[in-house]
Structure formats: C-alpha cells, structure tokens
Ligand binder design. Sequence first.
Ligand code: SF4
Ligand code: SF4
Length: 445
Amino acid sequence: MKSSKHKNYHKNYYNIEIPYGNGMLLYNILNKNFVFLNSRYTYLYQNIEELRKSDNQEILKEFLDAEFVLDNSIDERMEYLRNFHLHRWFSKKLLFTIVPTTACNFRCPYCFERGIKYVSMDASIIEKSTKFIEERIKIFKPEEVSVSYYGGEPLLELNKIFKFGYFFKSLQNKYDFRLGADIVTNGYLLSINTVFELYNKANIKSAQITLDGPPRIHDARRFLRGKRKTFDAIYKNISEILASDLDFIIRIRVNVDKTNISYLEELLKILSKLPNREEKLEIYFSPVTGESDRLHKGNRGIFYSEEEFGKVYVNTIIPLLFKYKFDYERYPDISYVFCAGITPFHYLIDSDGSIKKCFDLVGREKESVGHVESYNDGDKRVLKWELFEPLGKECLDCKYLPICGGGCPYKKMQRGENVCEPWRYVLKDLLVKIYELKSSKKVGQ
Ligand code: SF4
Ligand code: SF4
C-alpha cells in the first residue's frame, strides 16, 4: 500500500467554503460535516502539498476522515451520478399516492386544484385500482411500500381509505414487504377518534396539515364554504393528537408568501405551546410560488421567487425557529432524485382511475399518463416522464446538485429551463446563520 506521502489528494468538490473570522467555515454537502477551521487548518486545507508533509499527517487524517479531502482515486462527482442512476432505476421501495376524492370542504383561494371537477372514486375504480396495485407489486417485488392518501380532502372519503388500508395489509401478508402510510389533509376532520381508526385500519402514522398563520390570517386564507373559520378546529385536533399516547407524527406545513410572512412569529408562538412537540411535531415552510403564478395572474406580486424565498428562509424563518425552540439546525438532505415522478416507482392514482406523475396534476385529465385499467409502461406519456433528462451540463457541474437533484421536473418541463432549488442561493448564508445561532447559544448557556 502506498503511504500518504506518495498519494495525491484533492478537496471534495462538494465542500462549501466560507471565509470567516481568521479562518473558514467548511461544510460538506454530501455528509453534512460542518466545522470552523482556524487559520492554521485553513492554510493546510488550502495547500494540500503542505498537508501531505510528515509533520501534518494527523491533520491530514482528520480531513480525510471528515471527507473534506479525498484520495485522488475517488471521483465524488461520478459517484454521485452513479447513485443518482441507482436511485432512479433500482429502488426497492414502491410509492402509491391514492386520491379517494378531488372534492374538498375548504375553499382556499391559492389552491392549485382550483377549478377541477369534484370526483370521488367509485367501487369499480377502487376494484380496478387494487388490481393495478397488485400487478405493480408483482412486477417490482418491493421490500417496502409507502402509501400516501391525498386529495381534494381525503378524509371526506374515510371508508375508501379504510378499504385501501385493508387491501394493502392483505398484500403485505401475501408479498411480505414493509408498509408505511401517511395522509395529506387540511386537518379539519382529523379528530383524535379518526386518527385512531386511520392508524389501526390503514396503517397511517403521520399527517401533513397546513396552517398558514395565526387564527385570523389562517382563517382568511383557508376557510370553509361561506368563509367559515377553520383554525380553532384544526388546532384542537392537532393538540389532542399530540397529547395522546399514539405514536403519530404531525407535520405542519406553512405556505409562505409576501402577505403572511410577517405573521409567522405569531403562529410559531402559538405552536410552541403544543404538547409533546419535540417528539411528535415537525414544521416546515413552503413557498407559494412557481406554478401558482399560472393560476393567479392578477396576484403575481405576492409570491416569492425561489431566490427570494431562500433569503426569507434564512433571515426570517430560521431565527424564529431558534427563538421558539424548534429545530433550527436544518441542513439540506441529499436528493439523488428530486422527484419520484421521473422514476417507475411512483404511481398517483387519481379519483377517476387515471394515473398521474405529479401531485400538482391531480384532477387534470390532459396530464394523465394512463389509467388503472389499461396502464402501459411503453405509453409515450409515461416515457415522457420516466425518460426525462433532469441533468443538463449546468446541473452536472453544479456544486449544489446533491441537494437539488436537478429540481422539480414538472417546472423544468413547463419553463424549459432549470428551476434551481432555493439552497443554491442561500446555502452559505444559512450555514453562517446556523453557526452564529449555535455559538450564541453556547455563550448564553
Ligand atoms: S414534478 Fe415537481 S411539483 Fe410535481 S410532484 Fe414532482 S417535484 Fe412535486
Ligand atoms: S437546477 Fe440549479 S441548483 Fe439544481 S443542480 Fe441544476 S443548476 Fe444546480
């Protein structure tokens, strides 16, 4: 074996370097290692030849262990691409999204499903869907199956969810895979009793619920027919679920635009009083952006661009999470394939039995890629998605590729250009913010 003196090394392509004080903040996108280098370490990191000298072998080992420095026999960029292809074509996990109905009890003005027909799955579509699902399981032989109930508002069709729940359990017994399920709901009908039933009958162990601000702001954006309020009922449901013994996770999604950003503090203050929040509550923020523009032409000025949202995330949202003691130390996860829509492993079964590749296309007849009754892997509409090439030259050379994965393929198809994830614009600022918040905490402890 060659000694390190005879080996050659390079800096990991996916390191993020930020000059800071008399040294440098150094972060690796692939493994999330994050350190402050003092001036001596910074000098050695920048002068690999020095690092190779016998006096510096200990420090070299530290850099190698953290993978900030790599042996030249390693090609981290090609390795990422290899993993991208593995995830795209060889997943052992099969994802099904089921839309029991496109009907909804809410009338949110910004909803991307606005204007679609309300259709609930009828008995014949449910039966054909179960046949289709079993077929797919026979073909792919997954080790894990993940089911997501989506809408419209899926809880309007509780019995249909239970039917699918029993069906997936029977398939699990027959084909022996791990089974997980979740639900995306507005939360209004998610009483504690319903959660018990969903847990027991359909294996559902988490729910994504949207809250768009404190009561008056949320109620002005997410209301029932006749503009009736919803916040209090949803909050009561969340509170009871978190207080229960059930091992059930609530993920609160906050849709952010320029009209509710200044109310987020009020919302977080309210949410900070929820019981068991450390163990069972997650909060995340999502911009009302991009394709929403096409639905709200008169309102364009209120949505954030990806870049603007990134700045809001770092400068407003992270400090608020810190202030109200929510998890603020959030580093972006690796995203080998940004969206399962470009793989053969995700099927969204719409309420009319049509198959879609993207959540935003629920209820949009023209965007179907097939139907549970007659699905064909060779259909041009399927191939348009599954063979879509998300990584052009700019992406292949991009340092942020491992946390962007080329971004949302639907936006890319629609706009004909890269739609970079917000991280690209703000990762450095985010790292500095997290580092400084952590340091201030240490000082304050
Ligand atoms: S194509 Fe884009 S919008 Fe549609 S599911 Fe994938 S990431 Fe989401
Ligand atoms: S979409 Fe943008 S941020 Fe993402 S990999 Fe491509 S160039 Fe980089």
